[in-house]
Write a protein that binds this ligand. Structure first.
Ligand code: AMP
Ligand code: MG
Length: 412
């Protein structure tokens, strides 16, 4: 079997998944942002989502002119520093303010509505005497400064105006964004839909003592890439049963990922079951050489199937190289690709020169990258301790310590 380059296979996967991963939009109601009794799990489902269209404010924020601090609401023109003013009734946050009589000062708390007639607030720190209680006892207050109109007043809509854009299309819903959507009374948003991925782990050994590392790892990888992991199934090594399970998995999924059963052994269930519905190739990468692309039809829909090898490191590196960028792009997450950094190797390394080898590494404090765990593709424990993938491209056979190599950070 001839070998396909990584670049050629990436292109083939991108073409195969293109229709299934066309960006779609979800209209999502935001009632939960106005309700302290709402399920925080639902709020969690919004975090990190991407707006497909601008979010528009349904109300002004602030909703009314209000005080920026604790102090006295006044008519600026009435105040002369050092001259006592009689007190009007106190205005607390959440109350309705009566009009301020001319020549008076109303104690006002942060966030309380400015009374009609008032146009400025003077901070309690800029008054004579011992604070609100002492002023209330005397019925007067002496302001130490003469304010200008607008001082310490937060005007209505000074943050967000009803009908205006709160956030543009493409914005990510982080904490401040969700706070702004709540403050601006945005009642619904259009979000980029999360691509739905089902995972089928194969291998008789999964029912005979070998723990399935691929299902959880790939489901987590899908979630991190902005997708939705819909199913996680186990298939035996029997082709007919696997085919039935695959159809099950494809229902409600945009893409199915299988692991295992694609190499050159005798019980290669994925390859056997999908031989006439896909292509199985050898890609010039290590780990992850044996790869497959297939299609399964369910409910009149063609669902693409991506077939990764079964060793846990192979499956996860396959995801990184082939699927992650496509999922992120479909989910509206930018950049879709991992950022590449260049770092010198901390130690000498050998690599098969005909393959693009991907090793696991740790970014050392001295600026180098140290390999962790050897090249074997069963070493998921070492992968878990790594914070970088180290690319040793075709043509590199052995490199001394200090050789600069491309790495991808995988810890952000
Ligand atoms: P395969 O690609 O099916 O030939 O499997 C290659 C190796 O990966 C074998 O040692 C399998 O036992 C192991 N393997 C396959 N699937 C999984 C899985 N889901 N979790 C952990 N190891 C697996
Ligand atoms: Mg197997």
């Amino acid at each position: 079997m001839s070998r396909r380059s990584l670049e050629a296979h990436r292109d083939a996967v991108a073409r195969h998944l293109a229709d299934a991963l066309l960006p779609r939009t979800d209209r999502v109601g935001l009632d939960l942002l106005a309700d302290p009794a709402s399920d925080l799990g639902d709020l969690g489902d919004l975090v990190g989502r991407i707006l497909a269209a601008p979010a528009v404010a349904g109300a002004d924020a602030p909703p009314f002119d209000n005080s920026q601090l604790d102090g006295y609401a006044v008519r600026a023109a009435d105040v002369r520093a050092g001259t006592p003013l009689p007190l009007a009734p106190e205005i607390a946050a959440g109350s309705v303010a009566a009009p301020l009589p001319a020549g008076h000062a109303a104690p006002i708390m942060t966030g309380a509505p400015l009374p009609p007639g008032a146009d400025a607030v003077v901070a309690i720190e800029r008054t004579e005497g011992d604070g609100f209680a002492a002023h209330a006892a005397s019925g007067r207050v002496v302001l130490l400064v003469g304010p200008s109109a607008g001082d310490a007043v937060r005007t209505a809509a000074s943050d967000l105006r009803r009908g205006d854009e709160v956030l543009p299309a493409g914005a990510r819903l982080g904490p401040a964004a969700l706070g702004a959507l709540a403050a601006g009374a945005v009642d619904s948003v259009d979000l980029v839909a999360r691509p739905r991925v089902a995972i089928v782990s194969t291998g008789r050994e999964l029912a005979a003592g070998v723990r399935d590392a691929n299902g959880p790892a790939l489901a987590a990888a899908v979630l991190e890439a902005g997708g939705l992991a819909t199913r996680w199934l186990h298939a035996d090594d029997e082709p007919a049963a696997f085919a039935r399970l695959l159809e099950d998995a494809a229902r409600g999924a945009d893409v199915v990922v299988t692991t295992g059963g694609v190499s050159r052994g005798t019980h290669e269930v994925v390859r056997e079951a999908l031989a006439d519905r896909g292509e199985f190739v050898s890609v010039g990468i290590q780990p992850g050489g044996p790869q497959g692309l297939a299609t399964v039809e369910v409910d009149g829909r063609d669902v693409p199937v991506l077939c990764f090898p079964g060793n846990p490191v192979s499956a996860l590196v396959s995801f990184e190289l082939l699927l992650r960028p496509l999922l992120r792009a479909a989910a509206g997450m930018h950049p879709a690709e991992r950022a590449t950094e260049r770092r010198p190797l901390a130690e000498p390394v050998d690599s098969p020169p005909e393959l693009h080898q991907v090793r696991r590494g740790i970014r050392a404090a001295d600026g180098t990258v140290r390999l962790v765990g050897g090249a074997s593709s069963h070493l998921i424990g070492a992968y878990a301790r790594a914070d970088a993938l180290v690319h040793l491209p075709p043509g590199l056979a052995s490199a001394p310590a200090g050789t600069p190599v491309d790495i991808w950070r995988i810890d952000d």
